[in-house]
Design a protein around this ligand. Structure first.
Ligand SMILES: Nc1ncnc2c1ncn2[C@@H]1O[C@H](COP(=O)(O)OP(=O)(O)OP(=O)(O)O)[C@@H](O)[C@H]1O
Length: 358
């Protein structure tokens, strides 16, 4: 078993409220990602689960039992950090074996565990080397192997891929997902990188200023953001948000445009709204039945696609287009909108108004 739950965690550092009622429910064996910007309270949440932070409020439950008062060592959790210091004088084998030696496991138990984890991480051929004889990526794998060699109740991971270059990071994302599946262990993984979160998680909890904004699968969080802030934080390029209100069977933009009112909208006429449009739900058309008039502001070629920035009044819409798209700044264009995939938010509260009617 390896369930982890927090209930109403509260923690202040002086005037800073780092956690403000954080409630999470991490199922056994899940890859649970806590996603949020810098300062959101992600590390504090992990430290609270590990028992390294004295809480002002709330409780931590491990396998259904209240563990709030338990010292860290009694919780049977393993923390994996950004920085891994390997012992330079020890071989890779000894480095990986060290957590088991500290727990007085027998030599045969240690040998079996090191063999199992090094085969899982594809580092068997490195076992006799010393850290100085490893590349950065190999060191990373050894460090992960050392963290994963034990079988604790759950692994708590604090941005473990942050210090890697982009190529290795992408590679290790796939590796971690594979390792998680093989181990069947519970991972609570903290990151500020939404791509990492969406690509690896079973469940994502989005945290902002110490408060959970939404918990859901990566698809739910991306496709059905609970509020304007989650919609803006998750997704690249960021979602475009246009001020508007409903008027009869139309949506009327603050910039003077109109669109048919989506059939799922429950918002009453006149209420200030934000229309959220993701780049892939828009297309650029020079003629035809398009919906929003604008002008080309700039092109951002990204290899496999080009993001076209289109100015609609004073706002810039991000539109995903083919890599071959061309155009001149200032050129008039029309942007076709897939309204079935659009989002509406209350401009005052930021809360989504899309879900009720869909
Ligand atoms: N020991 C501390 N003393 C004072 N303030 C702290 C301490 N630890 C955290 N904080 C503050 O609490 C808030 C949450 O910090 P936390 O480290 O949990 O955020 P985070 O989401 O992990 O950020 P990052 O992604 O930058 O690591 C921040 O405003 C931070 O400055």
């Amino acid at each position: 078993m390896g369930t982890v739950a927090t209930h109403g965690l509260g923690k202040s550092f002086g005037k800073v409220q780092a956690l403000d009622g954080v409630t999470l429910d991490v199922p056994d064996g899940s890859f649970f990602v806590v996603l949020g910007p810098s300062g959101a309270g992600k590390t504090t949440t992990l430290r609270a689960i590990a028992g390294l932070e004295k809480l002002d409020a709330g409780s931590v439950h491990l396998d259904g039992r209240d563990a709030t008062g338990d010292p860290p060592a009694a919780r049977d959790l393993a923390m994996v950090f950004q920085n891994y210091a390997l012992y330079p004088r020890h071989t890779v084998y000894e480095n990986i074996a060290s957590p088991l030696r500290a727990r007085h496991c027998s030599s045969s138990e240690i040998a079996a565990a090191v063999e199992r984890i090094s085969s899982l991480l594809h580092i068997e051929r490195l076992l006799r080397r010393r850290p100085a004889q490893l590349s950065g990526g190999e060191m990373q794998r050894v460090a992960l192997a050392r963290a994963l060699v034990r079988s604790p109740r759950a692994f708590l991971m604090d941005e473990p891929l942050t210090n890697l270059d982009l190529k290795l990071r992408v590679e290790m994302r796939t590796e971690l997902t594979r390792i998680h599946r093989s181990l069947g262990a519970t991972f609570v993984y903290v990151t500020n990188d939404q791509v990492e979160a969406l690509s690896m998680a079973d469940q994502v909890a989005v945290l902002r200023e110490g408060r959970v904004q939404q918990v859901g699968t990566p698809t739910e969080v991306y496709e059905r953001p609970a509020n304007q802030w989650v919609a803006g934080f998750v997704g690249s390029p960021p979602i475009s948000l246009l001020a508007c209100h409903a008027e009869g069977d139309r949506l009327v933009g603050a910039e003077g445009w109109t669109l048919p009112r989506p059939r799922w909208t429950t918002a009453e006429d006149g209420r200030p709204l934000l229309l959220g449009l993701r780049a892939e739900d828009l297309s650029v058309e020079r003629r035809g039945n398009a919906s929003l008039p604008g002008e080309l502001y700039g092109l951002e070629p990204l290899g496999d696609r080009t993001v076209v920035d289109v100015r609609v009044g004073t706002e810039i819409l991000k539109v995903k287009a083919r890599p071959t798209v061309t155009g001149t700044p200032g050129e008039r264009l029309l942007v076709a909108v897939d309204l079935d995939r659009a989002h509406l938010f209350d401009a005052g509260t930021g809360l989504s108004l899309s879900e009720a009617g869909r």
